[in-house]
Design a protein around this ligand. Structure first.
Ligand SMILES: [Zn+2]
Length: 353
């Protein structure tokens, strides 16, 4: 069976099990402290109920770790409805000085089949009027990044930084193809980054790469090595910022199936610390480590004694871009054994080949 067929099956089952929710119920917003290009400020997060990621809805079946399709209404929501939902969500938040607004559509903001141009334009116009907003961050797959669309967006935001975040996940095409089912390769990502780079002389446009920590079928050691190599690659080709997403187990994914069978575990928080140490000393662009799901049953873990402490240290280190001060915990030895064990299994496989 091809991974695409398997993923399509899993996706169809997940969609069948979904509760029908209204577009307003599927929308969400929250705010928190965040690191902007100009320093520490405030972020407003907005989730809009668009029909869902084109890749997840296609024959490919989508990515092995992602369940965002379950948060999508799977039907078209009209532009006026989307604009109303957006306005209502924004009204819930005070727009403090130095604010970044991050808009998530559980897919591609730049794909007009997911977010109609009419709604996109109106949302950007609303944001442009707010003086305290410095940056607008959106997400897109690389195939929807075109010069025309970027120009179109930036023309509506003459005074703001517009950032396109793209889920590269890994700089290894092998991992993207066989462990994530990402549906694009480094050359596609690079093409999108080049478009953004070429428009920098005329617009305040920046790029961000999302990197995924520990895809399925990856050992603890490989996960660390891949994360570090991917960050170096992103910097080398001209990405402006990096955001790491350590794996958490989403419902209705191939990752969940493997986890339930004992064939997958999310990364150790020790591994995450190792990645931060290496990347913050070897890569010069800002690097954010997402900590959602840390210390939960489905997320990155160490032990009950240190999960929370490390999570807080990492959140703080994101704002300051420092390497978190490490403290001792007895669980570290188990992590070391895990990393070394993956070393042994790898060298035995090498012997067999
Ligand atoms: Zn511990």
């Amino acid at each position: 069976m091809q991974i695409q067929d398997l993923m399509s099956d899993i996706r169809r089952n997940a969609i069948k099990r979904m509760d029908k929710k209204s577009p307003a119920e599927l929308s969400a917003s929250w705010s928190s402290e965040d690191l902007l290009h100009s320093g520490i400020g405030n972020a407003i997060f907005i989730i809009l109920p668009t029909p869902g990621c084109a890749h997840a809805l296609s024959e490919s079946g989508g990515c092995t770790m992602c369940s965002y399709i379950a948060d999508s209404p799977l039907e078209n929501v009209s532009s006026s409805q989307l604009i109303d939902i957006f306005k209502n969500l924004m009204e819930k938040h005070e727009i403090k000085p130095k604010t970044v607004v991050k808009i998530f559509v559980s897919g591609s903001f730049l794909n007009e089949k997911e977010l109609p141009k009419e709604a996109r334009d109106e949302i950007l116009k609303i944001l442009n009027k707010e003086e305290n907003i410095e940056e607008i961050v959106v997400e897109s797959r690389p195939e929807f990044v075109t010069e025309e669309i970027i120009k179109n967006c930036c023309d509506l935001l003459p005074d703001k930084i517009f950032e396109i975040s793209i889920g590269l996940e890994s700089s290894s095409d092998y991992i993207k193809e066989y462990k994530i089912n990402k549906g694009f390769l480094n050359e596609d990502f690079k093409r999108a980054i080049n478009i953004i780079k070429n428009l920098k002389s005329n617009y305040k446009i920046t790029s961000k790469a999302y990197l995924f920590v520990k895809p399925i079928l990856t050992s603890e050691k490989e996960a660390i090595e891949d994360a570090v190599a991917s960050a170096k690659y992103a910097e080398k080709i001209g990405v402006d910022r990096i955001s790491f997403c350590p794996a958490t187990i989403h419902k209705g994914t191939l990752m969940e199936i493997l986890w339930r069978r004992g064939s997958y575990q999310p990364p150790w928080i020790w591994s995450i610390l190792e990645i931060i140490k290496k990347v913050r000393s070897e890569v010069k662009i800002p690097v954010i480590m997402d900590t959602s799901g840390f210390g939960t049953r489905r997320g990155p873990f160490n032990c009950k004694k240190c999960n929370k402490k490390f999570k807080n240290l990492i959140i703080e280190s994101n704002l300051k871009q420092t390497i978190p001060e490490e403290f001792k915990c007895e669980c570290k030895d188990k992590w070391i054994a895990d990393v070394e064990f993956s070393n042994i299994t790898r060298s035995t496989t090498a012997l067999k080949n």
